[in-house]
Design a protein. Sequence first.
Length: 264
Amino acid sequence: MELNKLLEVAIKASLSAGEKIMQIYETGDFEVDYKSDDSPLTKADIASHNEIMRFLQETDIPVLSEEGKELPYEERKLWETLWIVDPIDGTKEFIKKNGEFTVNIALVREQSPVLGVIYVPALNELYFSTIEIGAYKCTDLSGYETLEDWKSASAKLPVERNGRIYTVVASRSHLSGETKDFIDSLKEKHGQVETISKGSSLKLCMVAEGEADCYPRFAPTMEWDTAAGQAICEHAGFKVIDYTTKEEMKYNRENLLNNWFLVQ
Protein backbone atom coordinates (compact mmCIF):
# COMPACT_ATOMS: atom_id res chain seq x y z
CA MET A 1 0.00 0.00 0.00
CA GLU A 2 1.47 3.38 -0.99
CA LEU A 3 2.34 5.94 1.68
CA ASN A 4 -0.52 8.34 0.85
CA LYS A 5 -3.06 5.51 1.20
CA LEU A 6 -1.52 4.45 4.50
CA LEU A 7 -1.75 8.04 5.71
CA GLU A 8 -5.42 8.14 4.77
CA VAL A 9 -6.06 4.96 6.77
CA ALA A 10 -4.17 6.35 9.77
CA ILE A 11 -6.12 9.63 9.68
CA LYS A 12 -9.43 7.80 9.56
CA ALA A 13 -8.31 5.57 12.43
CA SER A 14 -7.32 8.57 14.58
CA LEU A 15 -10.58 10.42 13.93
CA SER A 16 -12.71 7.38 14.68
CA ALA A 17 -10.70 6.63 17.85
CA GLY A 18 -11.08 10.29 18.87
CA GLU A 19 -14.84 9.98 18.57
CA LYS A 20 -14.82 6.96 20.92
CA ILE A 21 -12.58 8.84 23.37
CA MET A 22 -14.82 11.91 23.46
CA GLN A 23 -17.93 9.83 24.14
CA ILE A 24 -16.24 8.61 27.33
CA TYR A 25 -14.59 11.97 28.10
CA GLU A 26 -17.92 13.78 28.10
CA THR A 27 -19.53 11.28 30.50
CA GLY A 28 -16.66 11.56 33.00
CA ASP A 29 -16.93 7.79 33.59
CA PHE A 30 -13.24 6.97 33.10
CA GLU A 31 -12.85 3.86 35.30
CA VAL A 32 -9.21 4.74 36.06
CA ASP A 33 -6.92 1.76 36.69
CA TYR A 34 -3.13 1.70 37.10
CA LYS A 35 -0.53 -0.33 35.23
CA SER A 36 2.55 -1.92 36.77
CA ASP A 37 4.57 1.28 36.24
CA ASP A 38 1.84 3.32 38.04
CA SER A 39 0.77 5.04 34.82
CA PRO A 40 -3.01 5.48 34.57
CA LEU A 41 -5.22 3.46 32.24
CA THR A 42 -8.84 4.24 31.41
CA LYS A 43 -11.50 2.49 29.38
CA ALA A 44 -11.02 5.26 26.82
CA ASP A 45 -7.43 4.06 26.23
CA ILE A 46 -8.74 0.56 25.50
CA ALA A 47 -11.62 1.79 23.31
CA SER A 48 -9.20 3.93 21.30
CA HIS A 49 -6.72 1.05 20.90
CA ASN A 50 -9.43 -1.31 19.67
CA GLU A 51 -10.74 1.25 17.17
CA ILE A 52 -7.28 1.99 15.77
CA MET A 53 -6.51 -1.71 15.43
CA ARG A 54 -9.75 -2.19 13.48
CA PHE A 55 -8.46 0.22 10.82
CA LEU A 56 -4.78 -0.71 10.79
CA GLN A 57 -5.33 -4.45 10.45
CA GLU A 58 -6.35 -3.90 6.81
CA THR A 59 -2.79 -2.73 6.05
CA ASP A 60 -1.19 -6.07 7.04
CA ILE A 61 1.58 -4.14 8.82
CA PRO A 62 2.40 -5.16 12.42
CA VAL A 63 1.44 -2.78 15.22
CA LEU A 64 3.31 -1.82 18.38
CA SER A 65 0.76 -0.13 20.67
CA GLU A 66 1.05 1.06 24.26
CA GLU A 67 -2.15 -0.82 25.04
CA GLY A 68 -1.37 -3.88 22.90
CA LYS A 69 0.18 -7.11 24.12
CA GLU A 70 3.87 -7.04 25.00
CA LEU A 71 5.89 -8.25 22.04
CA PRO A 72 9.35 -9.80 22.51
CA TYR A 73 12.21 -8.04 20.74
CA GLU A 74 13.14 -11.33 19.07
CA GLU A 75 9.87 -11.02 17.15
CA ARG A 76 9.86 -7.24 16.65
CA LYS A 77 13.44 -6.96 15.39
CA LEU A 78 12.39 -8.76 12.21
CA TRP A 79 9.93 -5.97 11.36
CA GLU A 80 11.36 -3.59 8.78
CA THR A 81 8.07 -1.65 8.76
CA LEU A 82 5.62 -1.23 11.66
CA TRP A 83 2.96 1.04 13.10
CA ILE A 84 3.71 2.61 16.50
CA VAL A 85 0.55 3.72 18.29
CA ASP A 86 -0.39 5.56 21.47
CA PRO A 87 -4.20 5.34 21.74
CA ILE A 88 -4.23 8.23 24.24
CA ASP A 89 -1.04 10.19 24.76
CA GLY A 90 -1.55 12.25 27.90
CA THR A 91 -3.89 10.01 29.89
CA LYS A 92 -3.15 12.17 32.96
CA GLU A 93 -4.36 15.23 31.04
CA PHE A 94 -7.43 13.25 29.89
CA ILE A 95 -8.27 12.45 33.53
CA LYS A 96 -7.76 16.11 34.50
CA LYS A 97 -10.13 17.04 31.63
CA ASN A 98 -7.87 19.85 30.37
CA GLY A 99 -8.12 18.73 26.73
CA GLU A 100 -4.36 18.27 26.26
CA PHE A 101 -4.35 14.66 25.09
CA THR A 102 -3.83 13.17 21.65
CA VAL A 103 -4.14 10.07 19.50
CA ASN A 104 -0.72 9.19 18.04
CA ILE A 105 -0.14 6.95 15.02
CA ALA A 106 3.24 6.62 13.29
CA LEU A 107 4.59 4.42 10.52
CA VAL A 108 8.23 3.47 11.00
CA ARG A 109 10.49 2.06 8.28
CA GLU A 110 14.03 0.88 9.06
CA GLN A 111 13.74 2.54 12.49
CA SER A 112 12.80 5.99 11.16
CA PRO A 113 9.28 7.51 11.22
CA VAL A 114 8.06 8.13 7.66
CA LEU A 115 4.42 8.99 8.49
CA GLY A 116 2.81 10.67 11.48
CA VAL A 117 -0.74 11.44 12.59
CA ILE A 118 -1.64 13.28 15.78
CA TYR A 119 -5.29 14.02 16.45
CA VAL A 120 -6.40 16.28 19.33
CA PRO A 121 -9.98 15.12 19.99
CA ALA A 122 -10.96 17.82 22.49
CA LEU A 123 -9.88 20.58 20.08
CA ASN A 124 -10.79 18.75 16.85
CA GLU A 125 -7.34 19.51 15.42
CA LEU A 126 -5.37 17.15 13.20
CA TYR A 127 -1.64 17.10 12.45
CA PHE A 128 -0.37 14.75 9.74
CA SER A 129 2.74 14.21 7.65
CA THR A 130 4.74 11.91 5.44
CA ILE A 131 8.30 12.06 4.23
CA GLU A 132 6.88 12.65 0.73
CA ILE A 133 4.28 15.43 1.24
CA GLY A 134 5.59 17.28 4.33
CA ALA A 135 3.62 18.24 7.43
CA TYR A 136 0.15 19.80 7.77
CA LYS A 137 -2.34 21.01 10.37
CA CYS A 138 -6.10 20.82 9.76
CA THR A 139 -8.69 22.55 11.93
CA ASP A 140 -11.67 22.02 9.61
CA LEU A 141 -12.39 18.30 9.60
CA SER A 142 -16.05 18.24 8.71
CA GLY A 143 -17.17 15.90 5.96
CA TYR A 144 -13.77 15.03 4.48
CA GLU A 145 -12.99 11.49 3.35
CA THR A 146 -9.77 11.66 1.31
CA LEU A 147 -6.21 12.81 1.87
CA GLU A 148 -6.56 15.45 -0.84
CA ASP A 149 -9.60 16.86 1.00
CA TRP A 150 -7.69 17.11 4.27
CA LYS A 151 -4.63 18.59 2.57
CA SER A 152 -6.69 21.26 0.81
CA ALA A 153 -8.24 22.29 4.14
CA SER A 154 -4.89 22.37 5.96
CA ALA A 155 -2.00 24.75 6.61
CA LYS A 156 1.47 23.55 5.59
CA LEU A 157 3.88 23.46 8.54
CA PRO A 158 5.72 25.30 9.86
CA VAL A 159 3.68 28.50 9.85
CA GLU A 160 5.87 31.62 10.03
CA ARG A 161 5.80 33.29 13.45
CA ASN A 162 7.65 36.58 13.12
CA GLY A 163 8.52 38.87 15.98
CA ARG A 164 7.95 36.60 18.98
CA ILE A 165 10.60 36.01 21.64
CA TYR A 166 12.48 32.70 21.90
CA THR A 167 9.95 30.14 23.12
CA VAL A 168 10.49 26.82 24.89
CA VAL A 169 7.70 24.32 25.37
CA ALA A 170 7.95 21.92 28.29
CA SER A 171 5.95 19.13 29.89
CA ARG A 172 2.99 20.03 32.06
CA SER A 173 3.33 16.87 34.18
CA HIS A 174 7.08 16.06 34.02
CA LEU A 175 9.20 19.22 34.39
CA SER A 176 12.55 17.93 35.68
CA GLY A 177 15.33 19.90 37.36
CA GLU A 178 17.54 19.26 34.33
CA THR A 179 14.91 20.85 32.09
CA LYS A 180 14.80 23.93 34.29
CA ASP A 181 18.62 24.17 34.13
CA PHE A 182 18.51 23.88 30.32
CA ILE A 183 15.92 26.67 30.11
CA ASP A 184 18.15 28.84 32.33
CA SER A 185 21.04 28.26 29.90
CA LEU A 186 18.80 29.37 27.02
CA LYS A 187 18.06 32.61 28.90
CA GLU A 188 21.80 33.31 29.05
CA LYS A 189 22.04 32.73 25.29
CA HIS A 190 18.82 34.38 24.05
CA GLY A 191 18.01 36.86 26.80
CA GLN A 192 14.28 36.81 27.29
CA VAL A 193 12.79 33.32 26.97
CA GLU A 194 9.12 32.39 27.18
CA THR A 195 8.25 28.98 28.60
CA ILE A 196 4.94 27.32 27.74
CA SER A 197 3.67 24.17 29.47
CA LYS A 198 1.70 21.63 27.48
CA GLY A 199 0.60 18.04 27.89
CA SER A 200 1.13 15.04 25.62
CA SER A 201 2.69 15.25 22.14
CA LEU A 202 1.21 18.72 21.68
CA LYS A 203 4.71 19.91 22.63
CA LEU A 204 6.19 18.34 19.50
CA CYS A 205 3.32 19.78 17.46
CA MET A 206 4.07 23.28 18.75
CA VAL A 207 7.63 23.11 17.42
CA ALA A 208 6.46 21.66 14.08
CA GLU A 209 3.87 24.42 13.81
CA GLY A 210 6.35 27.20 14.57
CA GLU A 211 4.72 28.12 17.90
CA ALA A 212 7.86 27.14 19.85
CA ASP A 213 11.58 27.07 19.06
CA CYS A 214 12.54 24.00 21.06
CA TYR A 215 11.27 21.25 23.31
CA PRO A 216 13.80 19.72 25.72
CA ARG A 217 12.68 16.42 27.23
CA PHE A 218 14.95 15.35 30.06
CA ALA A 219 12.53 12.88 31.63
CA PRO A 220 11.24 9.42 30.65
CA THR A 221 9.16 8.81 27.51
CA MET A 222 8.38 5.71 25.48
CA GLU A 223 8.60 5.16 21.73
CA TRP A 224 4.81 5.47 21.27
CA ASP A 225 4.92 8.89 22.99
CA THR A 226 7.21 10.38 20.36
CA ALA A 227 7.17 8.48 17.04
CA ALA A 228 4.24 10.36 15.44
CA GLY A 229 5.43 13.72 16.76
CA GLN A 230 8.96 13.09 15.50
CA ALA A 231 7.58 12.32 12.04
CA ILE A 232 5.60 15.57 11.97
CA CYS A 233 8.54 17.63 13.29
CA GLU A 234 11.02 16.11 10.84
CA HIS A 235 8.68 16.50 7.90
CA ALA A 236 8.22 20.16 8.87
CA GLY A 237 12.01 20.63 8.80
CA PHE A 238 12.96 20.18 12.47
CA LYS A 239 15.09 17.57 14.24
CA VAL A 240 14.45 15.27 17.20
CA ILE A 241 17.90 14.51 18.59
CA ASP A 242 18.66 11.67 21.01
CA TYR A 243 20.71 13.30 23.78
CA THR A 244 22.83 10.15 24.24
CA THR A 245 23.67 9.24 20.63
CA LYS A 246 23.54 12.87 19.34
CA GLU A 247 21.65 11.51 16.32
CA GLU A 248 17.99 11.50 15.34
CA MET A 249 15.97 9.13 17.49
CA LYS A 250 15.50 5.59 16.20
CA TYR A 251 12.52 3.28 16.78
CA ASN A 252 11.66 -0.36 17.36
CA ARG A 253 14.68 -0.64 19.64
CA GLU A 254 15.15 -3.50 22.09
CA ASN A 255 14.51 -1.03 24.94
CA LEU A 256 11.35 0.95 24.15
CA LEU A 257 12.22 3.58 26.77
CA ASN A 258 13.57 6.69 25.02
CA ASN A 259 16.73 8.49 26.02
CA TRP A 260 16.44 12.20 26.78
CA PHE A 261 15.94 14.20 23.60
CA LEU A 262 15.79 17.72 22.20
CA VAL A 263 13.43 18.97 19.49
CA GLN A 264 14.51 22.09 17.60
